[in-house]
Design a protein around this ligand. Sequence first.
Ligand code: FCB
Length: 438
Amino acid sequence: MNQKFAKDFTWGVATSAYQIEGAANEGGRGPSIWDTFSHTPGKTVNGETGDVACDHYHRYQEDVDLIAGLGVDAYRFSIAWPRVQPEGKGAWNEAGFDFYSRLIDALLVKGLQPYVTLYHWDLPQALEDEGGWRNRDTCHRFADYAAEFMRRYGDSVKTISTHNEPWCTATLGHATGQFAPGYQDEAMAYQVSHHLLLSHGLALQSMRALNSETPVGIVLNHTPTYPANPESEADRQLARLDDGTNIRWYMDPIFRGAYPQDVLAYLGDKAPKVADGDMAIIRQPLDFLGVNYYTRGYFSQANPQIPAPAAMGLTDMGWEVYPQGLAQHLVRITRDYLPPPIYITENGAAFPDRMEKGEVQDPARIHYLETHLQALRQAMELGADIRGYFYWSLADNYEWNWGYSKRFGLTYVDYATQQRTLKASGHWYRDFIARQRA
Ligand code: FCB
């Protein structure tokens, strides 16, 4: 890469609570929908759960040392709502807040900036029992939780995101059933998506009402779509519809205050119920936008199963390595939405890593990182306002329905001993960041 990133560009690594913390029944934590789901037979690979995960709840200091050792500026992590409010309403759990206070202090002592996400999929089960995100009341419970977090930590954290990837919660959790709570009902999923967006708007309002200056935003997963045959009108339409459901369905209400017409037409009577005033609540100004990018979508009418060309290969998730999608997408959303400063809040790849003689050689991950950082640089040269990059993930962890079978980390985790070993890619990322600053 010829040109360097600016000195004040933020480098980081990311994780989420259920994927690393473990200690599912400690410190007064209440159950979440992921505890219920992962303990239901048949829902996850080998029936694996996040009960122990990376045992980060007990090993957070070692993990903070690991993060500091990478020479990054920032650490993105999430708060387990059921740890700080076991029932999702009512009493706060001080032992839960104590854990996050210790973690945040440990980060600050090392000069690391905390980038916090309030909701990375672990809804308190008590709220699910009352209808979860299908129930509009959950939006108000979320706004209360957000305000309480801001009240306590607004002065010590760098940014606060409301949701991580609401598309996943809505679609994978309520339409395909791959994720908790595991429903399979498209209309329900769209009602949930509306409630997630509404809860985001209400949370921005409740946090800003405290007069805090802490930047607030949201993290969206963007999988830009491509027609297999750009000459085919049918392929273009398929790609356009998927762009509508995964990208514009979230971006349009946030930035323009309306759902996209083509998706509403596709949904017909499956479209969500929207109360008067909801769209204005959703359309709050953002201080930043978080974009998670892993791969692209590839669409053919004639052959729905068509594999993407994958000239640069596939990851262990079966996701095509397609860095140019990141560059093109960032330029496109800059043009279409005039967004606030953007952070790449997740980008990374799983590969079947193995420890050999105490080392993990993962050249494919280094290649993934290098090419995506090049794409990022290119998007910035073309005018996209990108302020930071967070690799997913700091360490191998619990990959949801895939259990422990997918390794995304810069750090290898031996789950039997909980020993952490920095992979070759971790060394590469550390050296890359050092070069940017030299
Ligand atoms: C994202 C999730 C994150 C992790 C990565 C691989 O969709 O936000 O928790 O599972 O994918």
